[in-house]
Design a protein around this ligand. Structure first.
Ligand code: NAP
Ligand code: ZN
Ligand code: ZN
Length: 346
């Protein structure tokens, strides 16, 4: 199927219009007309090869919301006209312990990513969501609740689930003090979900200009981290800290903000390893942990939760020819709070 897209042709090069063929719809596949595709900082890291070698040409994009345009003969779960979402993976081995318990993102053999890898046939380079149409096995696609606006839904497929999952895993609930590091695409979803779970939520941001927005999203407190003095009054205050920062930060400064038995969960993926002074873990029996997106049942649970509570990402909708500028602005933390490509402009 002829597909129009935007692609990076080599590491760090600007994205340009690109066409390629997607597979025809197989028996168990659905095709979707993409409505909106979010720009995740992971797209930027991979185009720039900050995580190691990438495959080019690369069509990034793993926050995809659209409408089903055709279904294979054996498809049972979707019909033409359904609102449908695709996230960070399009398949996995399906038989390992993690896949069979719905944790496909931790597939022992490795999940099959939506782009910058090979599809399950082991040959076709997977091409992502900065495109006008998509084809996916129905088992790896998600249902989008009918009451939700697709532009605000697209970022839920990565940014949303990446915060929802640790918020559930660490039982965020009323009375808990939760801090979110970085108010970007992931961070702002963390604020919304932690607030929805009833926690007391503090935003730790190096952009003081985001304070009013943080409160509008429901945060109870805002601390500007560009002034080191501001850390003094919040030592030993949080049960859980969710680190969404895309760049290297002095993680020890943040570990000291945890209460006894508190946990700092890292979801941001800077290219360089963190240095940690283990004394900050010992004193206070603190933990540092990681979390990666979420599995299919949990993504569906999150989308349904958003439908019920009317939770959406705050988005700035852009046309495809703005992608390169959106990358520059995202890297500069000038994002409010997710760029979303209007796929009709591709
Ligand atoms: P984003 O929209 O660019 O947000 C990152 C935020 O981090 C910025 O808005 C900024 O917030 C803060 N920040 C950036 N540079 C900083 C610096 N030098 N010092 C201090 N703070 C800084 O990015 P995103 O799309 O949310 O992604 C965040 C990270 O998570 C990326 O590394 C991405 O690859 C990763 N990620 C991980 C998963 C997973 O499964 N674990 C999933 C998706 C993405 P303030 O302006 O508020 O300070
Ligand atoms: Zn992502
Ligand atoms: Zn598996």
């Amino acid at each position: 199927m002829k597909t129009k897209a935007y692609a990076a042709m080599s590491a760090g090069s600007p994205l340009v219009p690109f066409t390629f063929d997607r597979r025809d719809v197989g028996d168990h596949d659905v095709a979707l007309k993409i409505s909106y595709s979010g720009i995740c900082h992971s797209d930027i890291h991979q185009v720039a090869e900050e995580w190691g070698p990438s495959i080019f040409p690369m069509v990034p994009g793993h926050e995809i919301a659209g409408i089903v345009s055709s279904v294979g003969s054996k498809v049972t779960n979707f019909k033409i006209g359904d609102a449908i979402g695709v996230g960070v993976f399009i398949d996995s081995c399906r038989v390992c312990d993690n896949c069979t318990t719905g944790l496909q993102q931790y597939c022992v053999k490795g999940m099959i990513g939506t782009y910058n890898g090979l599809e399950s046939d082991g040959e076709t380079v997977a091409m992502g969501g900065y495109s006008d149409l998509f084809v996916i096995n129905e088992d790896y696609a998600l249902h989008i609740p009918a009451n939700l606006d697709l532009k605000g839904v697209a970022p839920l497929l990565c940014a949303g689930i990446t915060l929802y999952s640790p918020i559930k895993r660490w039982n965020v609930s009323p009375g808990m003090h939760v801090a979110v590091m970085g108010l970007g695409g992931l961070g702002h979803m963390g604020v919304k979900f932690a607030v929805a779970m009833g926690a007391h939520v503090t935003v730790l941001s190096h952009s003081p200009g985001k304070e009013a927005d943080a409160f509008a999203m429901g945060a109870h407190s805002f601390v500007a981290t560009n002034n080191p003095d501001n850390f003094k009054s919040i030592q030993k205050s949080f049960d859980l800290i969710l680190n969404t920062i895309s760049a290297e930060v002095a993680i020890d400064d943040y570990l000291k903000l945890l209460k006894l038995d508190g946990t700092l969960v890292v979801v941001g993926i800077p290219g360089e390893p963190y240095k940690i002074n283990v004394r900050n873990l010992l004193s206070g029996r603190r933990s540092i942990a990681g979390s990666m997106i979420g599995g299919l049942p949990e993504i569906q649970e999150m989308l349904d939760f958003c439908g019920k509570h009317n939770i959406l990402s705050e988005v700035e909708v852009v046309s495809a020819d703005y992608i390169n500028e959106a990358y520059v602005r995202t890297v500069a933390s000038d994002v409010k709070y997710r760029f979303v490509i209007d796929a009709s402009t591709i």
